[in-house]
Design a protein around this ligand. Structure first.
Ligand code: MG
Length: 242
C-alpha cells in the first residue's frame, strides 16, 4: 500500500514537472482548418437538399426505380399517396446527419399504428418511426421517435404549435469486415423538435414487423419514406454525409 502511494506520488510529481516545460502554444494547432459552413434559411450550404418544396427529382419509386416518386407535392409540402408505395432517394448514403420535418394528416383517422403512420428508413433497412402520438396509445417501441420495434424514445415530444415535427438525426452505419462479419452495430442520435430522444442508441438490426431484427452485411443505402396508407406530410429534407 505504501509502495503504491509512493509510486502514485512520483507519477503525479513527474506530470507536474513535465507540465511546467510546456508553453500554451505547444498544444495549439492551425491546420487542417474546418471548412466554413453558412446556414441560409436554416439549411447548411454543404448539405444535399433532398426536398425543398419544389419537386421530387432526388426521389424515385421503390416498387419500380425507373419510375418517378409517385407522391404529391403541393404548396411546398410532400404528402404520402396511400397505396402508391414507398419512395426512396436516388443517392445512397453511409454515415450522415439528416434533417426532416413531418406533420400528421389533418383528418384524425384510425388508431394505434393505423393513425398518421409513416417512417424514415435509414439505409433502406432501419425505421425511425413517424406516428401521430397524440391521444393514440400504442406499444412504446412503435411510437414516434422510436427505432421501430426496438427502442422507444427517451421522452414523448409533442408537435410545434403549427403541427409540424422536426427530426434531426445523426446516424452511423454498421461496420462489417471483409468477410462480412459485423464489427460495429449502427447507432442513432435523434433530436425531436430539438429534444434528445435517442442518444447514440444501438440499432440491433433490420426493422421487422414480426420477429427479431436481422443483421446482414451491406454497403451504402438509400433513405426510404414509408407509405403506410396515411397521408402524412413532409417538408424541408436535407442530408450531410459524414
Ligand atoms: Mg412506420
Amino acid at each position: 500500500m505504501k509502495l503504491n502511494l509512493a509510486i502514485s506520488f512520483l507519477f503525479i510529481a513527474s506530470i507536474a514537472a513535465a507540465q511546467t516545460k510546456f508553453k500554451p502554444e505547444d498544444t495549439e494547432f492551425y491546420t487542417p482548418k474546418p471548412h466554413v459552413v453558412h446556414v441560409p434559411g436554416g439549411v447548411p450550404d454543404d448539405a444535399l437538399v433532398l426536398f425543398d418544396g419544389r419537386d421530387l427529382v432526388e426521389w424515385q419509386s421503390v416498387k419500380d426505380t425507373n419510375q418517378a416518386a409517385p407522391w404529391l407535392v403541393e404548396e411546398g409540402v410532400l404528402t404520402v399517396k396511400g397505396g402508391a408505395g414507398d419512395i426512396q432517394t436516388k443517392k445512397k448514403f453511409g454515415d450522415f446527419q439528416l434533417h426532416i420535418e413531418w406533420k400528421s394528416p389533418e383528418l384524425i383517422k384510425g388508431e394505434g399504428q393505423g393513425r398518421g403512420n409513416s417512417g424514415v428508413f435509414l439505409q433502406g433497412l432501419y425505421e425511425v418511426q413517424v406516428l401521430d402520438n397524440t391521444d393514440n396509445p400504442t406499444y412504446v417501441n412503435g411510437q414516434a421517435g422510436s427505432i421501430y420495434k426496438q427502442r422507444p424514445p427517451l421522452v414523448e415530444v409533442r408537435s410545434e404549435e403549427d403541427g409540424w415535427h422536426r427530426y434531426d438525426l445523426i446516424y452511423h452505419a454498421p461496420q462489417f469486415n471483409r468477410d462480412g462479419m459485423l464489427v460495429r452495430k449502427a447507432t442513432l442520435t435523434l433530436l425531436h423538435n430539438g429534444v434528445l430522444v435517442q442518444d447514440q442508441a444501438v440499432i440491433e438490426g433490420t426493422t421487422e414487423y414480426i420477429g427479431l431484427p436481422k443483421m446482414m452485411a451491406h454497403g451504402v443505402g438509400p433513405l426510404i419514406l414509408q407509405d403506410h396508407g396515411n397521408p402524412v406530410h413532409f417538408r424541408n429534407i436535407w442530408i450531410r454525409p459524414l
